[in-house]
Design a binder for this molecule. Sequence first.
Ligand SMILES: Cc1ncc(COP(=O)(O)O)c(C=O)c1O
Length: 381
Amino acid sequence: MTKIAFDGVPVAGTINFGLGQPSADLLPVSLLQTASDDFYSKAAGLELNYGELQGDERFRETLGSFLGRTYGVPAHANSLLVTSGNSQAMDFVCERFTHPGDTILVEEPSYFLAFQIFRDHGLNIVGIPTDADGMDIDALEETLTRTTAAMVYTIPSFHNPGGQTLSARRRDRLLELSRQHDFIIVADEVYQLLYADQLPPPALGCRTCEGKVLSLGSFSKILAPGLRLGWIQTSADLMAVLLDSGQLNSGGSFNHLASHVVRHAIDMGLQEAHIGFLRTAYQVRLEAMDAALGKHLSNIARWRKPGGGYFFWLELPEMADCAEMRKRAGDFEVGFQPGEYFSNEEKLKNCLRLSFAHYREDEIKTGVRRLADLIATELGS
Ligand SMILES: Cc1ncc(COP(=O)(O)O)c(C=O)c1O
């Protein structure tokens, strides 16, 4: 199995669409300074002690109202647990709810860095095909007739890497199957609020009483990845299992300090204003990438325009090997993530993922032109 690491550091001169992170100009330095100043000027001291196991109650109340305004359904503070982001939440959820050898069903393709987390817990990963409407629920249902699954991991809105969104009808059926087959849905809703112009169907976090749902949310994509702050929204039954953790019992809240700062940011209206700013910035970048792909690659690549999130998923002709191609991408000063990284079965070799989050419009145009030159050279077109 190929060892995959995310491309953390941009190389000067190279436009690396493999970077699934915001550019520096989208990271809210002064916003966090304002929120921190507000927090520290009002803090009495105890705020810097260990936090409640579930996370600071004031933060969870603020977060619950924030979700009411953004997801459309307010969340009760008791239904929320503070995490250090979705990666930690995935690891924690596996630790609390699975045993080595259990099966987890994931979309094919799926978020490449989740695979290692699932393997760390000795899970047997089985892929379920996807199409324009997200996970193929007929295929899921068929798999469930011969496989007992502990969990189904899904990225319902603006998928990484596929870009597509699970339709409302499929969300209903997924919940129905969770009830019938008694598996937990781990809904990674990290891109839910980053829609371009049309809202996705409601987050599965709004539907925790309709099945066994653990909805993972994160401030990484709506504020800053460096905060390492997120949440799990779930039912009382599943919350009790989460809370019965030795790690929580020893260390308290997973990220107490950041939760104070973000509470102040939300209460001051800064978080929602920032989401508005990000949505506009990302929409411009998304449109720029779609137009550049149309100009330079429409003869050889196929893609669906995403409705939000960070990513375009490109399909090249069958003979293309994008991992091989990437070895020579540096010569063209461009980068991307090869499709096979996102396949649990080392398939999808002719696909690649491009992120539009890290570069300005003009850089996106230049980068796509370079990518087209690379592809033309490699495929001799
Ligand atoms: C689908 C998905 N889940 C989780 C993460 C990581 O989230 P966090 O920074 O909250 O750990 C990412 C980041 O790219 C992602 O795309």
